[in-house]
Design a protein around this ligand. Structure first.
Ligand SMILES: Nc1nc2c(c(=O)[nH]1)N[C@H]1C(S)=C(S)[C@@H](COP(=O)(O)OP(=O)(O)OC[C@H]3O[C@@H](n4cnc5c(=O)[nH]c(N)nc54)[C@H](O)[C@@H]3O)O[C@H]1N2
Ligand SMILES: Nc1nc2c(c(=O)[nH]1)N[C@H]1C(S)=C(S)[C@@H](COP(=O)(O)OP(=O)(O)OC[C@H]3O[C@@H](n4cnc5c(=O)[nH]c(N)nc54)[C@H](O)[C@@H]3O)O[C@H]1N2
Ligand code: SF4
Ligand SMILES: [Mo]
Length: 690
């Protein structure tokens, strides 16, 4: 029995980008229990194990509690916020005097990109200071699909699986990465949903539908072959195509060469399965594709794969219709960016990637960080001397981590704000303690990154901050004030900021607090085609003139990966396995939650997952300590044997630091021609016992 002092608050979990509604139990000022919130339309009472463990995360013994400054013997000393801000501010101004504002770079990680308050304040500060060099995970995650959908449809629509007859999970495993969606799909399956899973791994949901166990990196040709089948069988939506699209005839001609028989050889699956999947998908009245959020972004065809998926949705008329991909209204928020300070300057890495930098008058705020080591180590194209990092463990997460670790060591000033002492934080001159979401008041929205909703609620401050932890926005605001930018940073409290943020929406803090404690809708999905299509032609652009003008393929074309059994057979004789990095498991998000004992207990080691046939061929057993090697580098892992894995593939688990870090093996050079995303997957490797 719980005592009467326990208070239950309706708020959110932000331990991953899903932003689930929760009932948070607080007793004697401490968060003691977290349950799912039934009223929340997104997760409907269901939360995952991570969310349930929120108290362990918030009160973890290794939480950063105070600002820290590196000392001369390499350790850290506690300092006050005032001293930290004074010294950081002065150093930044000195660097600006000597090398110009662009010598200071900022980066936000997955947390920073997902929590708009973090990214908005980082961008505001950089605009006032005047540096173009702002980076995020968008140079290798998520932006690729946004760009592909925008270039095709003039918008970024989200899927509506709840109203679909058929869902394709294409390189997407919601049981690990999107638990609320997994819960909803399981319910929909009971109501007759047709499910198609395309993945080299037999993910949990693959056992409940049709399963195409493709060779990694070949999805683009599979999508083109499905388009070929849909056109040949006349299964496309004629009326929709005539009324709303441009370039269908060119597509028809273009996909003639992508027969299911040809794709079957490349993908290494039966042609019959490709034909059947195409017929089921196009034959459904309402269908949607839930494509990978990032896992398919890291090779040569990544952007064009997202384009091909968008074309599958367009030619079957599954746009702005129930069960398809629909436009979700965004909340009206003030634009906190200030661009005067760096107007006309491009961030590092964008010069050769004009479409990544922007199109149709829209400019991306982000650079591509893959050239930063040259800027830091060789002052090419110009010196970069300082780095502010919020909510990112880039030393583990970025490709070619050795290069980034080496370059961070060379900087005059590295500031890392995080909840924990990550590998990246250990390289900093100043480490600043960030608050977790129950320690701060803010606005939470369920745009979701995939099947999102125009739903919002308060992220409530339900406990006192641990130690001297601050929300990230306050760091940028207080730093700005110390540096003489007070007119840009007038807000002193979470409440003042929230009132300012809510103003354009017409929704008030009071309303969210009292009238709608479990949240409210601020808009509804659009299911009609009356809205103006915001492409240059006013049509859905099957053929993209914008891509053609920029020198890219206007229709998706298949290219074999830079390393593969087909493109580099000699290499594969010595390094016979396809490395599939970024393998996500439900216990961890990126680097996070390894310090929660039950999570760590469940998965104590970095794993390389192989099929029993692969294990047998290379003499490996469950639990063996091994090196996973490329011709250049090696990492240490433990073998996990699973017959869900495709033979010949090495599934390398994501988010480990140091000698277990997958990104010791990856390279940062551009691979996808449109986005310049690096090839972080589908390279040759081998496994050797330690
Ligand atoms: N638990 C957990 N959740 C997370 C994260 C995490 O680290 N842990 N990370 C978060 C982040 S930052 C992101 S971007 C998203 C990622 O989300 P997604 O990119 O959607 O990744 P997953 O949902 O893990 O599913 C990827 C699936 O793609 C498969 N796959 C790998 N290569 C190929 C291929 O070449 N072709 C096909 N068809 N399939 C392939 C994998 O086997 C896996 O089943 O997840 C987020 N959620
Ligand atoms: N080889 C390979 N590498 C990959 C991927 C892959 O598939 N393969 N996936 C890539 C992808 S998609 C992504 S998004 C990146 C993820 O890259 P990162 O975002 O750098 O990875 P995380 O480990 O999730 O780091 C998030 C950090 O934010 C901290 N944090 C949490 N909440 C807050 C907060 O409110 N404020 C602050 N200041 N800090 C907070 C956490 O403690 C954690 O240290 O990894 C990428 N790396
Ligand atoms: S899926 Fe789990 S970790 Fe993510 S927000 Fe929901 S409960 Fe939290
Ligand atoms: Mo990501």
């Amino acid at each position: 029995m719980e005592s009467s002092e326990t208070k239950v608050y309706k708020t959110v979990c932000m331990m991953c980008f899903q932003v689930c509604g929760i009932n948070a139990h607080v007793k004697d000022g401490r968060l003691v229990k977290v349950e799912g919130m039934e009223e929340h339309p997104f997760n409907r009472g269901v939360i995952c194990e991570r969310g349930r463990r929120m108290p362990d995360w918030v009160y973890a013994a290794d939480r950063l509690k105070y600002p820290l400054k590196r000392n001369s013997s390499g350790g850290f000393d506690r300092i006050s916020w005032d001293q930290a801000l004074e010294e950081i501010g002065q150093k930044l101004l000195d660097i600006k005097d000597k090398h110009g504002a662009k010598a200071v770079a900022l980066s936000v990680g997955s947390k920073g990109a997902e929590d708009f308050q973090i990214s908005a304040f980082a961008q505001r500060w950089r605009g006032v200071f005047g540096t173009p060099n702002y980076f995020s995970i968008e140079a290798h995650c998520f932006r690729s699909r946004i760009m592909a959908r925008q270039l095709t449809m003039g918008m970024y629509p989200l899927s509506d699986p709840d109203n679909s007859e058929c869902v394709i999970l294409w390189g997407h495993n919601p049981d690990a990465s999107e638990p609320p969606l997994a819960g909803r799909i399981n319910k929909l399956l009971e109501q007759g949903l047709k499910l198609i899973v395309i993945d080299p791994v037999r993910i949990p949901l693959a056992k409940k539908g049709m399963f195409l166990q493709v060779r990694p990196g070949t999805d683009d040709i599979l999508a083109l072959a499905m388009i070929n089948v849909i056109i040949n069988d006349g299964l496309y939506d004629r009326e929709f195509i005539e009324k709303h699209t441009l370039g269908f005839d060119k597509l028809k001609e273009h996909v003639k060469e992508y027969t299911p028989e040809r794709a079957a050889v490349v993908c290494d699956i039966p042609a019959q399965d490709i034909i059947y999947a195409a017929r089921v998908f196009a034959g459904a009245k309402k269908a949607c594709i839930e494509e990978s959020i990032c896992v398919l972004d890291h090779h040569v065809n990544a952007f064009q794969f997202h384009r091909a998926v968008a074309l599958l949705m367009v030619i079957t008329g599954n746009v702005n219709t129930p069960g398809g991909w629909c436009q979700n209204p965004f909340m009206r928020l003030p634009d906190l960016r200030v661009v005067d300070g760096y107007a006309g300057q491009m961030p590092i890495g964008c010069k050769d990637y004009p479409i990544f930098h922007g199109f149709w008058g829209m400019t991306s705020p982000y650079g591509r960080q893959w050239d930063l080591p040259e800027a830091i180590l060789e002052e090419n194209p110009y010196p970069v001397k300082a780095f502010l990092v919020n909510g990112s463990n880039m030393a583990a997460a970025w490709p070619d981590s050795d290069a980034f670790v080496a370059s961070l060591k060379k900087l005059d000033l590295v500031v890392v704000m995080d909840l924990f002492m990550t590998q990246t934080a250990r390289l900093a001159h100043y480490v600043l303690p960030a608050s977790s979401n129950p320690e701060r008041l803010g606005l939470a929205m369920n745009y979701g990154l995939t099947g999102g909703m125009s739903y919002c609620l308060l992220n409530r401050r339900i406990i006192e901050p641990v130690g001297e932890c601050w929300p990230d926005w306050k760091f940028f605001a207080e730093l700005g004030r110390k540096m003489g930018y007070e007119s840009y940073f007038p807000w002193k409290t979470d409440e003042e900021l929230l009132d300012f943020l809510l103003e354009p929406s017409g929704i008030t803090r009071e309303q969210l607090d009292v009238e709608h404690p479990s949240g409210m809708w601020f808009g509804q999905r659009s299911y009609h085609m009356n809205d103006k299509i915001r492409t240059p032609s006013g049509k859905y652009e099957i053929y993209s003139q914008t891509l053609a003008d920029a020198g890219y393929d206007p229709l998706p074309r298949y290219v074999e990966c830079h390393e593969s059994p087909l493109s580099t057979p000699e290499l594969f004789k010595k390094y016979p396995l396809i490395a599939l990095t970024g393998y996500r498991i439900k216990e961890y998000v990126g680097w996070q939650y390894r310090n929660i004992p039950p999570m760590r207990h469940a998965v104590p080691d970095a794993r390389v997952v192989v099929h029993p046939l692969t294990a047998k061929e290379y003499g490996l057993d469950e639990g063996d300590a091994v090196f996973v090697e490329t011709p250049q580098k090696q990492i240490r892992m433990k073998v996990h044997v699973s017959d869900d894995m495709r033979p010949g593939v090495a599934g390398i688990t994501h988010g480990w630091e140091g000698e277990q870090n997958e990104n010791v093996l990856t390279k940062r050079y551009p691979n996808d021609p449109v986005t310049g995303y690096p090839a972080m997957k589908n390279f040759a490797c081998r496994i050797r016992k330690v």
